[in-house]
Design a protein around this ligand. Sequence first.
Ligand code: F6P
Length: 307
Amino acid sequence: MNACIRAVIRACAHYNVTIYGIHRGFQGLIENDIRLMDSSSVANIIQLGGTILKTARSKDFMTFEGRQLAHKNLIQWGIEGLICIGGDGTYTGAMVFEQEFGLPSIGCPGTIDNDLSGTDSTIGYDTAINTAMDAIDKIRDTADAHNRVFFIEVMGRHSGHIALHAGIAGGAEGIFIPERKDEFEDIVKMYKKKMRKKEFSIFIVAEGDEEGYAYSIAKRFQNIYPETDCKVAVLGHIQRGGKPSANDRILASRLGAHAVKALIDGKRNMAVGVINNHINFAEFKDAIGNKKDIEENLWNLNTIITR
Ligand code: F6P
C-alpha cells in the first residue's frame, strides 16, 4: 500500500493538485486525522510493508452520523475527491458516501485475497503468495525429513486465490478452496493410491474452505489414516506484511498514479485495476459484486501435475 500512497502523492505533485493523507481510513476521516502531504512525505517508503497512513475497520463509518461527521471534516479541509485503497468494505463505504454526499471517489484494490473484480491482481496479493510459498518450502524440509503429512492453512476468508497460487508454486499435492467442493474425498482417494510411492505430503487449505479450517481437515484425515504423522501449520498474518514484491510495487505505482488522473478527468465511483497489462476501470458495485472466480485452468493443471 505504501507504493500506492507514494504514487498518489507524487502524481498529485505532477498535476499540481493539493493532497492530504487521511490516517486510519474512514475512522480517521471521522476523527479529523488528516494531514497535508507532499512529495517528500513519501520518500523512502516504497520498500515498506503495511501503510504509513495506517488503517482501521471503522464501525462508526457504517452509521449515517459517522459519515456526516466525515463529510463535515472534508468540507472544512476543502477536499473535493477521495482515493481509497482497500477491499470490498472500502469500496462499499466510498460508494455509500458518494450516494449520500456526492463526493467522488476512485478506489485502488488493496487486499491480499485478490477477490475484487476489474483487476487481474490486487495490491499485496503477489507478496502474500510469495510469502506463503517461502513458508511452504521451509515446512517441506520437516515434512520430508520426518515423513509427515502437513496441512498448511493460508489466508482467504472467502476466496482461494492465495491457496491455489501458493499451492501450485509450493508443489502441494492437494488444495482446499471455498470455490470448489469435494477436495477431501479427492485427496483421500489420491493418498490411498500413492501411499507406498511417497511418504510425505503437503496440502494447502484456504481459511475460508467449506470443509473447515486446517485443524479439522487434518483431524478427519488422521482418523482415516491413523498411521500418518499429521501436522498443521497456520501461516496467518505473516502473509499480510513484509517487503513487497517487485510486481506489487509496480502494480501499486501504476494504480495510484492512474487513480489520480482518473479523478482529475472527472471519473467517480470506480475502481482502477490492471487487466492483461492494461489499465481498467470498473464501477465499485461491479468490482465488489462480480465474484472473481479462481482460474479453472490452474485448478485443472494442479490435478494433472500432482497425480
Ligand atoms: O481481507 C483480507 C484478509 O487477509 C483475510 O484473508 C483474512 O481472513 C482477514 O483479512 C484477516 O483480517 P484481520 O486481520 O482483521 O483478522
